[in-house]
Structure formats: C-alpha cells, structure tokens
Design a protein around this ligand. Structure first.
Ligand SMILES: Cc1cc2nc3c(=O)[nH]c(=O)nc-3n(C[C@H](O)[C@H](O)[C@H](O)COP(=O)(O)OP(=O)(O)OC[C@H]3O[C@@H](n4cnc5c(N)ncnc54)[C@H](O)[C@@H]3O)c2cc1C
Length: 388
C-alpha cells in the first residue's frame, strides 16, 4: 500500500466521478502534488457507483443543457483520450408527459434546447405508441425524445480518470478517510485523516452526498443534503428491443431502461426525507412496481435480479455548487449535482480545474453555479425543473 504523503498541493476529498475528473484535469494541466483521498476500498462506489448511468441533453435550464453538451462531447472522446472504453450507448431519452403543466414546461424546454443546438423531437402519443408498443400510454399527452441522449458506464468513467490522473503524476488513495480540517484564520492548513495529517495548500470538497459533513469540518453550513433513491433490475426480458430508450414517466418520476438482458426501473419517492440510509425501502419498491406494471405490463413476467439504494446530493435549486468556498481563501467545492451529476462529472472537473489554475473558466460561464448564490447578496440561478 502506498504511504500517505505528509504534504500536498491540492487535496481532493472524495474519489467519485467529481474527485477523479478534477484530479485528471488538474494533473493534465500540469498541477503538481494532486492528492485524492477516498475512504472507500474502491474509487467510485458512492453515488457514482449507484447511479443509473443516464446521460442527457434534455434539461430545462440553459446552464444544464450547456454542461451536457460539453460533457457528452468529452465522453465521446473518452476512449481515445483516456484509453478506456465506457460503453457510451445513444439509446435516446424519451420523456412521457401526462399533465398539461408539464406539456407547457417541456415545450419551453424544447425551445430552449433547440436554441442551443439540441434537436429534441416533440412526439404525439400515437407516434410514441408506434415506437414503443410495449408501453401503455392512454393517459399520455405527448413526449420528447432526443437520440443523442443515452447511457454509459460509471465505473469505467471513474477508472479512466483515476488511471489518467495517475499517468499525469497525481496520487489517488483509497482507504483514507478525512476526519477533520485544521484552519488558521481563513486558510486550511492541514487535512486530518485516518492515516495521519497532511499539510496542504488547497483543499477541494468532492464528497458527494457527504459534502455537508466536509463543509462542517471547514466550519461552513453548506446547502447540500443526502436523499435516498432506489432502483431494481429484472431478470431477462428478451421482448424488450435492443434500441429501447431511457423512458421517463415524468409526473411520477418513474423510469425504465435496458440493463443487460433485463430492465432497470426506478421511481423517486416524493416523501423521502433527507438522510444517509441506503437500505432498500421494500414498501416503496412494492408501490413503485405496482405503478411500473401499469405503464409497462411486460414487467409482470419478470423476476427481481437485484436492487439497491444510493444517495442523491440535493441543493435548494437542484443545481451544483462549483467554485471557491468563501470566506476561506484556499478551499473549493464541486458537489450537489442533485441526481444528475454523473453525466456532468467530466465537464465539472475540467471547469473547476480552469477556475483553480486560471482564476476563471474559459470553457463555460458557471457564475450561476457559484457556491455563494444562496447567501443572499448574489443572484440565484433558477431551479432545474427537469429533475427525476
Ligand atoms: C440511485 C441513483 C441514480 C442516479 N442516476 C443518475 C443518472 O442516471 N445520471 C446521472 O448523471 N446521475 C445520476 N445520479 C447522480 C450521480 O450518481 C451523482 O450526482 C454523482 O455520481 C456524484 O458524484 P460525486 O463524485 O460528487 O459523489 P460520489 O460518487 O458519492 O463520490 C464522493 C466520494 O467521497 C467519498 N467521501 C465522502 N466523505 C469522505 C471523507 N470524509 N473522506 C474520504 N472520502 C470521503 C465517498 O466515499 C465517495 O466515494 C444518480 C444517483 C443515484 C443515487
């Protein structure tokens, strides 16, 4: 096992997609002494490892559409750039809309997406039924589809960034828990870990659903909280075609996509309370399946292959915090992606690396994602509507 260094230039707390992407982009740009500390035995087994792997352009805020455009381009280049296949599969995302207010909101979203070059299609129920005869759609008023949305493999993306960061000189360690952060005035001077203390120039909070805990170590109350989400995969269903899209029944937060030979399905529980519980709520799973079978009757013929729960990292406007953590002079954050962070991991790491190395971002303006936006003085970004 590699020994813990006693000093580092940048310590990144958390080795999920955010920590790994940031480490890679900092090291690629020549930043020396980058150290990632992950308390798990393996990188990327937090929210990243629990996620559904969905990547989409279909959002309701300009910043999220732009983040997706950049990030999905980076995923396309990933195998060439990082030497790691990631199984990017453009199966498309199809949103089913059953409420007039969602139809109106999605029509606005489609106009926004078109304005940014994302050619989302508006589909009538008859067209959806023609494309997806396995679904029951009596209550559906319309839908949206974009064929360059899809799925990719989270573990491969993390592995690619971990390997790439190491090749460029970064150190990434598992089994090291950050237990405290020592401050002198407005500066973090050392990181306390389960293996000893490290003198540090700069610290980054990339702790996903635990970003609030790391914030408290810095003496800050961050507006990020954990929220349980769960899903299951069925036994094989050969009737589901290979090109079946990622289908989202928007109003109840119900979704399906192919996973291996079976089907992955999940539903967001609107009554879930913030907390770190990652056990599967069997009562919610029963309710979810009862609804899922109504939409997708074939599910009645399937068995349960496996199920799991993970944690979203929620913020008040369902948008992430990326940037410096004022009033501290040497602390940053990249967290709070509110259920759609895996797909934005590549660009988020690149943008924070730009901010840390150049003092500003050049790829995209992310002032709307400033960690200070909830403090009152600065403008707040609008809430992302298209959250599952
Ligand atoms: C069920 C589910 C489905 C999802 N589906 C999608 C999807 O389809 N598409 C999508 O884009 N997003 C999805 N998401 C969201 C996505 O998974 C997250 O937004 C993203 O993975 C967050 O990455 P992260 O690196 O910030 O967090 P994480 O992956 O949780 O990484 C943070 C890491 O920090 C470590 N850590 C925490 N505290 C400490 C400490 N004190 N010391 C050392 N290490 C520490 C943790 O062990 C963890 O590995 C889903 C999430 C869930 C839960």
């Amino acid at each position: 096992m590699m020994e813990l260094p006693r000093a580092a230039g940048v310590v990144i707390v958390g080795g999920g997609v955010m920590g790994a992407s940031l480490a890679y982009h900092l090291a690629l740009r020549g930043r020396r002494d980058v150290l990632v500390l992950e308390r798990g035995q393996v990188f990327g087994q937090g929210a990243t490892g629990k996620c559904a792997g969905g990547v989409r352009h279909q959002f309701g805020s300009e910043i999220n559409v732009r983040l997706s455009i950049e990030s999905i381009r980076m995923l396309e280049r990933f195998p060439t750039e990082l030497g790691q296949p990631i199984q990017l599969n453009y199966c498309g995302y199809l949103f089913l809309l059953t409420r007039p207010e969602d139809v109106a909101a999605f029509q606005r979203n489609v106009a926004l997406q078109h304005g940014l070059g994302v050619e989302t299609e508006w589909l009538q129920p008859s067209e959806i039924q023609r494309r997806l005869p396995l679904l029951r759609l009596e209550d559906v008023l319309g839908g949206t589809y974009y064929g360059r949305d899809g799925l990719t493999d989270p573990n491969s993306v993390v592995a690619g960034y971990v390997g790439g960061a190491r090749r460029h000189g970064a150190t990434l360690l598992t089994d090291v828990e950050v237990t405290g952060l020592k401050l002198r005035g407005a500066r973090v001077i050392s990181v306390c870990t389960s293996q000893g203390d490290i003198d540090v120039e700069t610290v980054v909070n990339a702790a996903g659903p635990y970003a609030g805990d790391v914030g408290r170590m810095l003496g800050l109350q961050l507006p990020i909280w954990p929220l349980r989400r769960q899903m299951l995969v069925t036994t094989p269903l050969p009737e589901v075609p290979a090109d079946f899209p990622f289908v989202i029944d928007f109003a109840p937060g119900l979704y399906f996509h192919r996973e291996g030979a079976g089907l992955l399905t999940g539903q967001s529980n609107p009554n879930e309370q913030p907390g770190f519980d990652e056990s599967v709520d069997l009562e919610w799973e029963r309710q979810h399946l009862a609804l899922a079978v109504q939409r997708f009757p074939l599910l009645e013929q399937a068995g349960l292959a496996h199920h799991w729960a993970g944690l979203y990292e929620m913020t008040p406007d369902a948008q992430p915090l990326i940037g410096p953590l004022a009033p501290l002079s040497n602390a940053y954050i990249v967290a709070g992606f509110s259920g759609h962070g895996f797909m934005h991991g590549p660009i988020a790491g690149k943008l924070l690396a730009e901010l840390m190395l150049d003092g500003r971002t050049s790829t995209l303006d992310i002032s709307a994602l400033s960690p200070q936006r909830f403090a009152g003085a600065e403008e707040t970004t609008s809430r992302e509507y298209n959250v599952i």
